[in-house]
Write a protein that binds this ligand. Structure first.
Ligand code: BGC
Length: 818
């Protein structure tokens, strides 16, 4: 074996050790100034506070008037600020934990902290063996061992204080799935012991959960009447402590709502029996994800419903007007603060469609809005609207007689308004006397291995759960692709053309692409080769575009990408944002847009172009390690928050890159796993958020995911990319792969493999540029050039199409040589 090969092998071995999946990810340490966009800290603090969901409160909160408080749990110091991996490892210039923030609140007279309990923790933490360990890529801690307080200290504290606060912390991340184990999904014995001791000693106990995803909450039942308040605080980024303290003290009146259902037990989640598979997962629950399942079939299995969250005031919500418009509905809601404190409320509108032949979820979120800060007694009228398309269903079996169509089946459509999915306030209704077809589409992602899927079926006044075989579409993918091969742009001799003229509108993109040679075309379809590429700021995720000299000579500049979404992940200091679950729990898209506008300013400061986010996969199962990055079990919320992210980043001239397209719903074996899913669930749930984001906010880039959908890797998936994303949704931006990709041969075109296969699927850029983490990865590109326009291989037109899609990013970024 040559020395180069041996080094390659060693690197791969190390990388496999570190990541468990053969990928090498960099963990950056920071250097330089502690820069953040002026004012971003305040917005992060507000988003963190507005994302804290108040689940219980018997009146103990807010903590004010110097209430005597003892704070338990090491996470008050060792807070989990965000999850792990590319969506978390940002070098924050500072981080505020709960202990520091409560000390400030004490100075302001809100509460008095018990110093004996505090100093116990300080001393315990000072012992080297009790220091938290950070772990390493894919092996980070999910929780820290809890301190064991002598019962005496707790008892004494209970005598001197009015309230106990107990903090419980969890984290998971990329390549780090949550586990159905104590210390991850479940509480540890030490945490239970602490809760037992505290709740039996104190009259009032407040529990704060610091986690990126939903963990088991069934234990709260064991403390009935003993837990006075429960705050699901998520992970609030570098201002976490301040955000939580603001809510605990009432400086901020909580207004967050759950974006996921909290079920009683893990087994109650409809995906629980089909999650974590090493080769594949059958999405048997079909469209019945989260509240769509619970509200239809298992209301009694819910601990806290979707959309739920308390405030320190109360609101009255009234439906004032309902209109059926030509292609949608419109509702006017009046919200009145009938309590004593100023606060904000989230207004949610749900549709309930007739069961018809397809079967439907009992409720589907179709619109939402957040009020302004309403003073006691103040009202606000809010208009909510939704297109018919937003509550129509996709018929993938033909049962309605309209196969591959979005349909409104005949019957009664009711709309409910309220502040959680459990509302019964009818805002209006209308009836259809016959089925209405809204769109007929091309079948995609044929199911190769059918499986039983859940269906709702009327049963007297009830709805029962039945299973039917998932339909398998039958079509000729080879013909579909061959019939739609893009025509080549006739080639011309290079005559001094410069890309800056394309940016300035003086030269057409076609005229520029016409002069690019094979070497340049292929360079435009791959990144530079490694993370931390030399053209960008240290710690960047990679570059693409002008990555070879002949391209930069023609005015094509490199595009610098960085992770995303929790801030810019580079070897410099910049703001660390709240995790996605926290951001979405605000239900405040304007606030999140504002936040990412400020992130875009940091991108400008560090001369980066693309932020690799929004992370917007659906929370299919609470154990998914990256749920913290993503927004919700609901596609409308996911889509709208990805829009807020994109609008913020792009309003300041930068590019967003929603990811991972699509069905990246678990971390275990994420780059080989097959998500087996019906076309209906794909379109109504897993692609829907992307559809909303693409249609409404036009992200400049999109990232495919590692996994397969029905047997086809997403970076080779002609159906999701060329048909759904580009043809149906009109996307003409740059599609990039997730980092590295799997080798494969096209089943339809045996001469086409790896990069050619990817280009045939219109996935424009391989990132960071090599097939796998190998020093010799570039060589594979020789095959690409050699095969252009050869019998059965990719065509010049396809190469040029990808090159044009890539160059559009540079046009949109106005990326020119200064
Ligand atoms: C992650 C992506 C990330 C990329 C670059 C991959 O492992 O799945 O979300 O953007 O690495 O860091």
């Amino acid at each position: 074996m040559g020395i180069k090969k041996a080094i390659d092998k060693l690197i791969k071995k190390i990388s496999d050790r570190f990541t468990g999946n053969g990928l090498m990810q960099e963990e950056n340490t920071a250097q330089g100034e502690r820069y953040v966009t002026p004012g971003i800290g305040e917005v992060i603090r507000q988003a963190g506070a507005d994302g804290c969901v108040l689940l219980e409160n018997d009146g103990v909160l807010p903590l004010e008037n110097e209430v005597r408080t003892a704070v338990f749990g090491r996470c008050q110091f060792d807070w989990f600020y965000v999850g792990y991996g590319s969506g978390g490892n940002v070098n924050a210039p500072y981080k505020i934990n709960l202990d520091e923030a409560l000390a400030d609140a004490q100075k302001d007279g809100y509460l008095q902290i018990d110093e004996d309990v505090r100093s116990f923790y300080l001393k315990w933490r000072a012992i080297p063996k009790n220091q938290p360990s950070d772990g390493w890529w894919g092996h980070w801690p999910m929780s820290y061992p809890e301190a064991t307080l002598p019962a005496e200290i707790i008892k004494k504290a209970a005598e001197k204080n009015d309230v106990a606060v107990v903090v419980i912390g969890r984290a998971a991340g990329e390549d780090r799935e949550n586990e159905l184990a104590k210390g991850s999904y479940y509480l540890t014995d030490d945490e239970r012991a602490l809760l037992d001791e505290v709740t039996s000693s104190f009259k009032k106990t407040v529990v704060v959960i610091d986690a990126g995803n939903v963990i088991d909450m069934a234990w709260t039942k064991d403390y009935k009447g003993k837990i006075s308040a429960l705050v699901y605080a998520w992970q609030g980024g570098m201002e976490s402590g301040n955000a939580v303290a603001d809510v605990l003290t009432g400086k901020v009146n909580p207004s967050a709502k759950l974006t996921d259902t909290i079920a009683l037990h893990y087994d109650d989640y409809p995906s629980s029996a089909h999650f974590g598979g090493l080769e594949y997962n059958e999405y048997r629950e079909d469209i019945y994800v989260g509240y769509r399942y619970f509200e239809t079939f298992a209301k009694d299995k819910v601990l806290y419903p979707f959309g739920y969250g308390l405030s320190y005031t109360c609101f009255d919500i009234a439906a004032r007007e309902f209109k059926k418009t030509k292609d949608g509905i419109c509702v006017k809601a009046e919200v009145k603060n009938i309590g004593k404190r100023a606060g904000r409320e989230v207004i949610q509108l749900y549709a309930s469609a007739p069961q018809g032949k397809l079967g439907k979820p009992a409720r589907v979120l179709v619109a939402f809005a957040k009020t302004k800060l309403l003073n006691a007694g103040e009202s606000q009228t809010i208009e909510l609207s939704c297109k018919d398309y937003g509550y129509s269903s996709y018929d993938d079996s033909g049962v309605t007689g309209n196969i591959y169509s979005y349909v409104l089946e005949k019957g009664n459509y009711s709309f409910y308004l309220g502040n959680s999915v459990r509302t019964d306030l009818k805002a209006g209704e209308y009836s259809l006397d016959k089925d209405k077809v809204l769109q007929t589409l091309t079948p995609v992602c044929k199911v190769q291995n059918p499986f039983p899927r859940l269906k709702a079926q009327p049963d007297g006044d009830n709805i029962k759960a039945v299973y039917e075989q998932t339909p398998c579409a039958d079509y000729d993918l080879k013909k579909r692709i061959t019939d739609n091969l893009p025509a080549p742009v006739p080639r011309r001799e290079y005559n001094g053309e410069n890309f800056k003229d394309v940016i300035d509108g003086k030269l057409s993109l076609d005229d520029f692409v016409a002069v690019l040679n094979d070497e340049e075309l292929q360079a435009l379809t791959r990144g530079y080769g490694c993370m931390n590429a030399p053209q960008g700021v240290s710690g960047n995720a990679g570059t693409y575009g002008g990555i070879i000299k002949s391209l930069t000579d023609k005015g094509v500049m490199p595009v610098i990408t960085t992770d995303g979404p929790a801030g810019i992940r580079i070897g410099r200091y910049n703001a660390l944002l709240p995790c996605g679950s926290a951001l979405a729990s605000t239900w405040d898209t304007a606030l999140i847009k504002n936040l990412y506008e400020k992130v875009a300013m940091e991108m400008e400061h560090y001369s980066t172009d693309v932020l690799l986010g929004a992370g917007m996969n659906i929370h299919r199962n609470p154990l998914c390690g990256r749920n913290f990055e993503y927004y919700s079990e609901d596609p409308l919320l996911s889509g709208k928050f990805a829009c807020a992210f994109t609008d913020g980043i792009q309003s300041n001239g930068k590019a967003s890159c929603p990811k991972h397209f699509a069905c990246n719903n678990q971390e275990v074996k994420r780059n080989v796993n097959d998500s087996r899913v019906s076309e209906r669930a794909l379109r109504e749930i897993y692609l829907k958020g992307f559809e909303i984001c693409v249609k409404e906010s036009k992200p400049v880039n999109i990232m495919t995911s590692y996994n397969k959908i029905n047997g086809v890797w997403c970076h080779y998936n002609y159906d999701t990319v060329a048909i759904v994303l580009r043809k149906e949704w009109g996307y003409d931006g740059t599609v990039i792969t997730d980092w590295w990709m799997r080798k494969s041969v096209s089943p339809e075109f045996p001469a086409i493999k790896n990069n050619s296969y990817r280009i045939r699927s219109q996935v424009d850029v391989l990132m960071p540029g090599t097939l796998n983490y190998s020093l010799s990865g570039y060589k594979k590109y020789k095959d690409l050039i050699k095969s252009i326009d050869k019998e059965g291989c990719i065509t010049l037109g396809e190469m040029q199409l990808c090159a044009k899609n890539t160059l559009k990013t540079l046009i949109r970024l106005k990326k020119r040589d200064n």
